[in-house]
Write a protein that binds this ligand. Structure first.
Ligand SMILES: Cc1ncc(COP(=O)(O)O)c(C=O)c1O
Length: 427
């Protein structure tokens, strides 16, 4: 709001303002940038493709064209386009040999698909605690969760913040484990000069509608290992022979149909034209927010791990410390923010206790595969204090808000500053 004096945080102040949640004037009433954003040039390309009748992968080459471009974008030798991020993770798990009765170490602070795919493989997700400062799998907590059944680690670059991949890869090497990166929110996030998704054995991406490269639905697996990628291609296409997989049988390996359609590839290639500029703008605005918000007591921006050069900022996350805000609950803080014209979301809950987990653990198949004693021990060890803390403190802003102007970012900072300075009004 123009004309306010400057506070100690370097932001315009409203020391005497009535909070909008209590009927005061809001910081902002203007709408935020919406998502997805598209131009009309792709309409003709879609119509042209439609008229050929070549709509599916095996006729036409648009999916293949997209794969080449995406591999170049992320710096991987191979890219396989898939129907979704979920299916890309399923392809990766299967192709790296994750099997029924295995355990996969996974982050609990993630979208549910990350561990749904482990259940789909009839393996057991073993949740590694989260470092609340980084929102990511805490490498110090990995080794204590390894058992003789562990075959893989599935770290998640959540909100686009790269995990501590050197530490994770070192542990994987020591214990002979595969590493599958869930980079479904981390397109072109950078760690030590490389892109997220190219740091483990395989990396998986999502192009669902909310994502920075949206196509309604879509996904990709990227990797550098020829033979593993041949299995990925083959598995996602009903197990048909591919590359080095030669056989007289039309279906030499097990498979599924996880193919992308050409229409998705066309939308993705058109979205790629704006991707780099969008990413730069998000980064610029997120850095601006980091520098401003860290000065407000009780607001803690997410910390990047050592070596993480760039987040993709699928969301812009902070932690909210209610002690500094007159003990107002996070829900109250978020309602106050919303009243000031700033939408936000909480992020993930205590998903290591989700109903679907007991649904699996009490199923006939899991009891047969693991036995009651093993499953009881899993339940006992499923204690994650760091993650519990984070699920109570996290607040995040939508990625599309980061496509706004500096003035838009100031609205976020001003709203939080106003709420902080008037925290007594939160009751
Ligand atoms: C971290 C993470 N993993 C996996 C997925 C699954 O991707 P999709 O929705 O494309 O199946 C998503 C998508 O929201 C995600 O955010």
């Amino acid at each position: 709001m123009a004309g306010w004096p400057v506070t100690s945080f370097g932001i315009s102040s409203s020391v005497t303002s009535k909070l909008a949640i209590n009927g005061g004037e809001p910081i902002r009433t203007a709408p935020w940038p919406s998502w997805p954003v598209w131009d009309r040039t792709v309409e003709k390309e879609i119509a042209d493709m439609y008229r050929t009748g070549n709509w599916y992968r095996s006729t036409g080459n648009l999916c293949q064209e997209f794969e080449k471009k995406y591999a170049e974008l992320v710096g991987a030798k191979h890219c396989l386009a898939t129907a979704s991020g979920t299916t890309s993770l399923s392809v990766a798990l299967h192709s790296l040999g994750i099997d029924a009765g295995d355990e996969v170490l996974v982050s609990p602070f993630t979208f549910i698909a990350t561990y749904n795919v482990i259940f789909m493989a009839k393996a057991l997700p073993v949740f590694v605690d989260t470092d609340p400062e980084t929102f990511l799998m805490d490498p110090k907590k990995i080794e204590e969760r390894i058992t003789e059944r562990t075959t893989a680690i599935l770290p998640v670059h959540i909100y686009g913040y790269p995990c501590d991949m050197d530490a994770i890869n070192a542990i994987a090497k020591k214990h002979n484990l595969k590493v599958i990166e869930d980079a479904c929110q981390a397109w072109s996030a950078k760690y030590k000069g490389k892109n997220a998704g190219t740091l483990g054995d395989l990396g998986c991406f999502s192009f669902q509608n909310s994502k920075h490269l949206p196509a309604g639905e879509g996904g990709a697996v990227v990797g550098n290992h020829d033979e593993v990628m041949d299995i990925c291609y083959s598995y996602h296409n009903c197990g048909s022979p591919y590359g080095g997989i030669k056989s007289d049988s039309p279906y030499p390996i097990r498979g599924a149909n996880f193919r992308m359609q050409h229409v998705q590839a066309l939308i993705l290639m058109s979205q790629m034209k704006r991707f780099t500029d969008d990413a730069a703008l998000r980064e610029q605005n997120a850095t601006y927010l980091d520098n401003k918000l860290k000065n407000i007591p009780g607001i803690v921006p997410c910390k990047k791990v050592d070596g993480a050069e760039k987040s993709a900022y699928h969301l812009y996350p902070i932690r909210y410390k209610k002690e500094e805000f007159n003990n107002a609950s996070r829900d109250t803080f978020m309602k106050a923010l919303s009243s000031e014209g700033i939408p936000s979301m909480k992020g993930y809950g205590k998903q290591n206790k989700d109903g679907l987990i007991e649904d699996a653990l009490t199923s006939r198949g899991y009891k047969r595969l693991f036995g009651d004693k093993w499953l009881d021990s899993w339940r006992e060890k499923n204690v994650l204090p760091g993650n519990d803390q984070l699920t109570e403190e996290a607040v995040a802003f939508y990625q599309s808000m980061l496509l706004g102007s500096k003035k838009d970012m100031d609205d976020i900072v001003n709203a939080i500053t106003k709420i902080y300075e008037n925290r007594r009004q939160l009751g």
